[in-house]
Write a protein that binds this ligand. Structure first.
Ligand code: PEP
Ligand code: MG
Length: 871
């Protein structure tokens, strides 16, 4: 018989897939002797069974739940159907953290009878009634799926009739009347009286939590975080402890370190006389955790020491939920805390320095997407000093964002789809706002603390967020917000600084982040671990500089055609295209020569003695010709030819399928002067840099789109012949290699390798030609293909291991059978994508090359791939 229910005394942190993250941690904390209220976990397997069994809980599972309840009753000395009454919380807990995405029910077990017993036991009927009132409301919403506003209306009406503002000022009598109205509402909306049996309440609550696995917000969250739909959620049933029993009770959330900066400081918030979600919901603004010292120093010390124990035990920064019940401290939950990208780096460095984890563990634990976020912009300090500050709030999630204001998720999403930059402004966010948050550059809320929904979710997404903005009035319905002196309406620009919490008027220019020494150190560790090198695709000195600053160990692809488009150079290449004789073509190419040479010199100077792989011209020539009539006319005038001549040449060069037309090495063979000019520019540039700078650059020449050994052998001969005409003082030993980007090249790689010093897989073209999907048009159907589950991922982003990957394997094997030392690289877009990088690392590939901004992530991915190899 499969086990579906585990008491907290039975599990441990290694059982995440069975017990969910929360359940595994509750069991682990119980195991290490921390004060966790007792309970049990219903496994993720039970959730899967629930869906397999047409959304019913099987008898086998019900029996195990009943057994779990009986054991819990014995352990804590309370009873569902007896005295003292057992009250439990019922919470979801998936194997991967999905904060706020699924549902929770508190105070379950209360009914008309035992609410009075509870009142007697705690000597406060008011307290017991308040618990019951909250329970009915939550149960009605989560389990019975009745709209919340019916109940809120009753509550609001009762308060206004009694002329009070705060829930806590409701009297016993008023609460009793509200409970009656709630129950009547349940009966009229659902057709059934409010459930009085605690066991039946529990079964329905468990079912509701299972169901919430498939609610819209959970599904969206899983999609953006790549969490599989099949894993399901566990359900944790835990004895209630009360933070709302009076002034010696409270509840809070703490992080063992600052999750925004990573600084080693105790960080969090609490509220006295509050329950459960009050802190996270952002309805009352909580107090900073330091102030707990003054209220209950004993509990504060216990919290502090428990935090240290947990951090050392889990070897990571922890996000802890606790409750104080009548001065007694309880730990409700711990999990690895979500952190900003810069905090993630600092934590990794500090944990290694503190010998809590090894360098390898630090690298393995880095979230690759976060590294990307580190490269996001900040406000330009010069611009910010001139900007008008309208107000400020809590710096909930770092980064900078400018955009147009929208007041709800739908409008934000629509504006973003229209190409606008969006800032979502809300009184406070709730899980329903998730799509709007995804669509926005930043989030601003009037309420909520550092652990409010907006703060936690934005930080997880790496979006800038300011919460609890003082002096701000939002009218979401009308679509206006007053911030300080300013009245802002929908569509107006504002700017947020999530690191300082400041809110500015208008749009402010941003600038790239300066990566700090911690980041460089972490990247050095990654490089020490990696087997593959990471190079960059860069076509000009600026990109080369950026690539080096991000740690690229060379240039794996310099697309020379990009140099031809700059400024007036396109005219020279047009002249070359229009030339009727070889002689004229050479004259036109001579005009391009100095530009190419200077560009190469610039790149060599930046890259010093690192390899610079220069690909000779690849695109078809008509890409350099104008399309419209007017532009053709201009070109004719500029070159002193007739309009008809331009039209004729354009028509001659036009291709039905240019991706498979006269391009790459075909172009090199048919117009040899182009590759000759480029080769000469490379060699002379290298020699001049050698003379000017005193170091010898390392250019490598790469021939594109080879599919036939004769293409490469022919071009290699020409390139070598040209180099031999230049006196290189024996200094330059230029490698000549080829791109492997045509399926045929993979199949005859042994013969091609006889003429190549290296192979570089052009996985963009190789994917195009292997799958038969046009690089330019596939976007139209790939999304649909993913929805239909024909494709799991876009093969232009993530390498298709079964097709393209197999061809790569064949090519490497064949290539190495001819030349065992053949250097192998990848320079298609896949070189910067982590799953593809892991695949490449499993093969004898020496390097990947990707765009400069992707270099840091690729370095980490390469190190992680090496750590995971064989595991
Ligand atoms: C490739 O095809 O993968 C490649 C790097 O070349 P390009 O993208 O320039 O065709
Ligand atoms: Mg290509």
């Amino acid at each position: 018989m499969e086990k579906y229910v585990y008491s907290f005394l039975e599990g441990g942190k290694e059982m995440k897939s069975v017990l969910g993250g929360k359940g595994a941690n509750l069991a682990e904390m119980t195991k290490i002797g921390l004060p966790v209220p007792s309970g049990f976990t219903i496994s993720t397997g039970a959730c899967s069974r629930y869906f397999l069994d047409d959304q019913t809980i099987s008898k086998e599972i019900l029996d195990q739940i009943n057994d779990g309840v009986t054991k819990l009753e014995t352990l804590v000395g309370k009873q569902f159907d007896g005295t003292p009454p057992l009250l439990v919380s019922v919470r979801s807990g998936a194997p991967v953290s999905m904060p706020g995405m699924m549902d929770t029910i508190l105070n379950l077990g209360l009914n008309d009878e035992n609410v009075e017993v509870l009142g007697d036991i705690v000597s406060s009927r008011r307290f017991a009634l308040d618990c019951y009132r909250r329970f009915i409301q939550m149960y009605a919403n989560v389990v019975l799926e009745l709209p919340m506003y019916h109940f809120e209306q009753i509550l609001e009406r009762s308060k206004s009739q009694a002329n009070i503002e705060n829930d806590k000022d409701l009297t016993e009598e008023q609460l009793a009347a509200i409970i009656n109205q709630f129950k009547e509402q349940v009966l009229s909306l659902s057709g059934n009286p409010f459930e009085q049996s605690p066991k039946k309440q529990l079964y329905s609550a468990v079912e509701a939590v299972f169901r919430s696995w498939n609610n819209e917000r959970a599904k969206i969250y899983r999609k953006i975080n790549h969490i599989p739909d099949e894993i399901g959620t566990a359900v944790n049933v835990q004895m209630m402890v009360f933070g709302n029993m009076g002034d010696t009770s409270g509840t809070g959330v703490v992080f063992t370190r600052n999750p925004s900066t990573g600084v080693n400081e105790f960080y969090g918030e609490f509220l006295m006389n509050a329950q459960g979600e009050d802190v996270v919901a952002g309805i009352r603004t909580p107090l900073p955790i330091d102030q707990l010292k003054n209220i209950d120093s004993g509990v504060y010390e216990e919290l502090l020491s428990t935090s240290r124990t947990l951090e050392n035990h889990y070897k990571d920064m922890q996000d802890i939920e606790f409750t104080i019940e009548n001065g007694k401290f309880y730990l409700l939950q711990t999990r690895n805390g979500k952190r900003s990208a810069s905090a993630a780096v600092k934590l990794a460095i500090d944990f290694v320095a503190g010998k809590i984890i090894s360098k390898e563990e630090a690298i393995a634990g880095m979230d690759l997407d976060q590294v990307d976020r580190l490269l996001h912009p900040e406000f330009d300090p010069d611009k910010i000093s001139q900007a008008e500050e309208m107000g400020s709030g809590l710096p909930a999630s770092p980064g900078a964002a400018s955009g147009q204001v929208y007041f709800n998720s739908k409008a934000a999403e629509a504006a973003s789809t229209n190409g606008q930059e969006v800032i979502l402004v809300r009184i406070e966010t709730s899980p329903e706002d998730i799509q709007g948050m995804i669509s926005s550059n930043g989030v601003l809320t009037a309420r909520g603390g550092m652990t409010s929904h907006a703060a936690v979710v934005a930080r997880g997404m790496g979006k800038c967020c300011v919460t609890s903005c003082s002096d701000m009035d939002v009218d979401e319905e009308v679509g206006t917000v007053r911030i300080g002196q300013h009245q802002i309406k929908e569509g107006d620009f504002i700017s947020l600084d999530g690191s300082s919490g400041k809110v500015y008027l208008g749009e402010i220019e941003t600038k790239s982040v300066n990566l700090n020494e911690d980041f460089s150190e972490l990247m050095r560790w990654a490089d020490e671990i990696s087997r593959m090198k990471v190079l960059a695709n860069a076509d000009n000195p600026g990109d080369a500089e950026r690539a080096r600053s991000f740690g690229a160990q060379g240039i794996g692809l310099c697309r020379t055609e990009h140099m031809f488009f700059e400024g007036k150079r396109v005219l020279d290449i047009r002249e070359m295209i229009m030339a009727k004789t070889d002689e004229k073509r050479k004259i036109a190419l001579e005009k391009l020569f100095p530009h190419q040479k200077e560009d190469f010199k610039g790149i060599f100077k930046v890259m010093e003695m690192l390899p610079v792989t220069i690909r000779l011209l690849d695109p078809p020539l008509h890409e350099f010709l104008p399309k419209g009539k007017e532009e053709m006319q201009d070109m004719a005038t500029q070159l002193g030819v007739t309009y008809e001549e331009v039209v004729n040449v354009t028509a001659e060069l036009e291709e039905v399928n240019p991706m498979m037309g006269l391009r790459g090495c075909r172009l090199g063979l048919i117009y040899p002067e182009i590759y000759e000019m480029q080769t000469r520019a490379i060699v002379i540039a290298a020699l001049e840099v050698k003379n000017e700078e005193g170091f010898t650059p390392v250019p490598e020449i790469m021939i594109p789109l080879v599919g036939n050994e004769a293409e490469l052998s022919g071009l290699r001969k020409r390139v070598e012949a040209l180099i031999s005409t230049i006196d290189t003082e024996g200094l330059l030993n230029i490698k000549i290699g080829t791109m492997i980007e045509v399926p045929r090249a993979c199949m005859v790689a042994d013969r091609i390798a006889a003429h190549a010093d290296y192979f570089s897989f052009g996985t963009n073209d190789l994917t195009q030609m292997t799958l038969g999907y046009s690089r330019d048009d596939a976007g139209k159907f790939i999304r649909k293909y993913k929805e239909l589950k024909v494709l799991e991922a876009d093969p232009f982003q993530q390498i298709d291991t079964e097709g393209v990957g197999e061809l790569i394997k064949i090519a490497i094997e064949k290539g190495k059978s001819t030349a065992s030392n053949l250097k192998i690289g990848v320079c298609g877009e896949h070189g910067g994508e982590s799953i593809s990088v892991a695949f490449f690392n499993s093969l004898p590939i020496d390097y990947v090359s990707c765009s400069p901004y992707r270099v840091p992530k690729a370095r980490l991915a390469a190190a992680q791939a090496e750590l995971n190899r064989g595991s």
